[in-house]
Unconditional design. Structure first.
Length: 245
């Protein structure tokens, strides 16, 4: 087992409430080494505060003054898309991002609902999953169709979803969006599941994934256990995948 995998295992087991003695017995490691890993990770957090997930303060949303208007729009146009709702809000002076509108529409369940294909039941705070989705969208301003890439992050228990538009699918972008999702939901689950993208998994050996070193370090930092799907079995992947448009 590589050092990064050992560190992630120690940190996640300790977060689950395992004692140092139990971790030592199960992993066949000295208690001194386990303490050193836990202390080291704690010190790193204390010395680099800019990398931590900060508590999200409750604050008024830019969308609050427009919620009554959104209700009127949905009543008059029950089949309207999220994109058109956003455009109508812009005409009224709204200066927020479309992701705020999408999130609100999804929460109230009025736009973009589809029948889920697969549901995976997990306990609260246990698991989330993330993925990329490419859509070809016709923009009303130009009339041209362009490819737009979305990042989606879904909580396994509540099905709440964080969505954003991204420029690429690099590891840097993935980590930035995961941090944004942690802040949005004000916490980090115990497990996070991905597909076999290179940003997360280097390769498979002997039936198991070899996780990317930087991704493992990221997982250890934020105290979650990385999971991935078995190659050739996409049905193991995300809970529900749909975008509010």
């Amino acid at each position: 087992m590589r050092d990064e995998q050992i560190e992630n295992t120690v940190v996640t087991l300790h977060r689950k409430g395992w004692s140092i003695r139990r971790i030592s017995r199960e992993l066949h490691m000295s208690r001194k080494r386990i303490r050193r890993i836990l202390v080291l990770k704690s010190v790193l957090r204390d010395t680099t505060p800019d990398e931590r997930v900060r508590s999200k303060r409750r604050r008024a949303s830019k969308l609050d003054p427009y919620k009554d208007y959104i209700g009127e729009i949905l009543k008059e146009y029950p089949d309207i898309t999220g994109q058109r709702v956003y455009e109508k809000l812009l005409e009224k002076g709204f200066d927020g991002e479309i992701t705020i509108v999408r999130g609100y529409l999804k929460r109230i369940g009025e736009v973009g609902s589809k029948t889920p294909v697969r549901m995976v039941e997990t306990d609260p705070g246990q698991r989330a999953s993330h993925d990329w989705s490419d859509y070809h969208i016709t923009f009303t301003s130009t009339g041209e169709k362009e490819k737009v890439t979305f990042f989606s992050y879904i909580l396994g228990y509540s099905r709440r979803q964080y969505i954003s538009v991204v420029e690429d699918k690099t590891q840097r972008t993935l980590m930035r969006e995961l941090i944004a999702a942690f802040i949005y939901f004000d916490g980090v689950p115990r497990e996070i599941k991905s597909d076999n993208q290179k940003a997360c998994v280097d390769r498979w050996e002997l039936g198991g994934p070899i996780y990317n070193r930087r991704y493992l370090e990221f997982a250890t930092w934020y105290l979650f256990r990385p999971l991935t799907i078995t190659p050739g079995k996409p049905s193991e992947n995300l809970n529900v995948k749909f975008i509010v448009m």
